[in-house]
Design a protein around this ligand. Structure first.
Ligand SMILES: Cc1ncc(COP(=O)(O)O)c(C=O)c1O
Length: 402
């Protein structure tokens, strides 16, 4: 677009060199094609004329109004994530947690109640306590392995049920269909945190969920260097409500971050399968180590919810947790984590580097929770599996003497 040229007919020579760096008449030839989509950066979106500017709408996905609300780059990534999830509509947000916030604020209003699994992603529980409660939105917890506990926890105020397969940190895999049916029977919408499944392990909408939320920070980014979230739906009315709240909350995403995710998506399934293979190999081996009491990996027979995982999933993410022999306390567990050389110490997952995080379940979940004491969560990266096994073996020896 070059309005001075169009309107006055003035050529480049009539304009100052500084002006020409902003209003240059050159247009590259059309017809360029490349493997990756072009990246469009914009806060301001330009309009042909005043009528087009006046007619702009935050709703329209076939036009543009403001960089915050959509560019060709964000629309392209939205469509790819919607396809990945088996949905139709997508809103991108600045992190997985802000995608959770978007769902909560789009669905719930004062007087409503949201149901969370008792093993839910920690900041989500904190959000219910600290943010939603202040807006007059209540919450209740349910046991994800007992659909009847969801039924018992629901009330006439319940509007939204979150499902997290498997639960953060303790990795219990729920019966998704039973939870969705229970939620719907009580008149509530169902949102599923699909960060672990990533659109590879299972298809969330086949279980009847209304909303799939995905922290693109993990496998879709795959680099440990981007924060982004997505909210995917199939229902146009629900999607419009979500996009409206998205627009009034100002939850835009940066073009460079979209570019990174768009570049990583074509390799995601291969990476996911490699993470899965290595994690299952190491999880099975760790289960044979004398210092390890229990390996919490949903694909391992005996893990909580393993039968549900087997019925629901064709794959598993590279994430699992370890509980140690009860004679070992936090000091030994910290020594184990500190002795690891290839595992970085840090939260998040889905990137190339293997990561370890020590947790205290008693402090996180309270003394009445089913699982107690120290636990280490491992995110298995893309290093050679034998190097990771050797690293884990030497750390077990240093920390536990076996
Ligand atoms: C299951 C799950 N959901 C959501 C999130 C939030 O994603 P983000 O880190 O992008 O806010 C995380 C982050 O670790 C997570 O593990």
């Amino acid at each position: 677009m070059n309005r001075p040229d169009e309107e006055t007919g003035a050529g480049p020579a009539a304009l100052d060199a500084a002006t020409l760096q902003i209003h240059h008449p050159y247009e590259p030839p059309s017809g360029f094609a490349a493997v990756v989509p072009a990246v469009h950066k914009a806060s301001t979106v330009l309009f042909r004329d005043a009528a087009a500017l006046r007619a702009r709408s935050w709703k329209a996905r076939d036009s543009y109004s403001y960089g915050l609300l959509g560019t060709p780059t964000t629309y392209t990534l939205e469509q790819r994530i919607a396809t990945l999830e088996g949905g139709l509509h997508c809103a991108l947000t600045s992190s997985g947690l802000s995608a959770i916030t978007l769902v909560n604020l789009a669905v719930l209003k004062a007087g409503d109640e949201v149901l969370l699994p008792d093993n839910v992603y920690g900041p989500s529980r904190e959000q219910a306590h600290k943010l939603l409660a202040g807006f007059g939105i209540g919450h209740a917890l349910y046991d994800p392995l007992q659909p009847q506990s969801l039924r018992a926890a629901m009330s006439s105020r319940s509007r939204l049920v979150w499902i997290e397969p498997p639960g953060s940190v303790t990795m219990e895999f729920p019966d998704i269909r039973a939870l969705v049916e229970t939620a719907h029977a009580a008149g509530a919408l169902c949102a599923l945190d699909n960060t672990w499944g990533a659109g590879v392990a299972f298809a969330p909408f086949e279980f009847g969920v209304d909303i799939s939320m995905h922290a693109l920070t993990k496998y879709p980014s795959g680099g440990g260097d981007v924060l982004m979230g997505a909210v995917v739906t199939r229902d146009p009315t629900l999607s419009e409500r979500i996009l409206h709240i998205h627009s009034v909350m100002g939850l835009g995403v940066a073009a460079n971050d979209c570019e990174t995710v768009l570049r990583s998506l074509p390799t995601m399934r291969l990476r996911y399968e490699a993470h899965d293979r290595a994690a299952r190999d190491l999880a099975a081996w760790l289960a044979t180590q004398p210092a390890v009491r229990r390996v919490l990996h949903p694909a391992l027979p005996g893990a909580p919810g393993h039968d549900h995982w087997r019925r629901h999933c064709s794959a598993a993410a590279g994430l699992f947790s370890l509980q140690f022999d009860p004679r070992f306390g936090h000091a030994e567990v910290d020594r184990f984590v500190d002795a690891l050389r290839l595992f970085g110490l840090g939260v998040s997952w889905g990137g190339p580097m293997s990561l370890a995080v020590p947790y205290d379940l008693t402090a996180m979940r309270g003394p009445s929770a089913a699982m107690q004491g120290p636990l280490v969560r491992l995110s298995i990266g893309l290093e050679a599996v034998e190097d990771l096994r050797a690293d884990l073996a030497q750390a077990l020896k240093i920390a536990f003497g076996c």
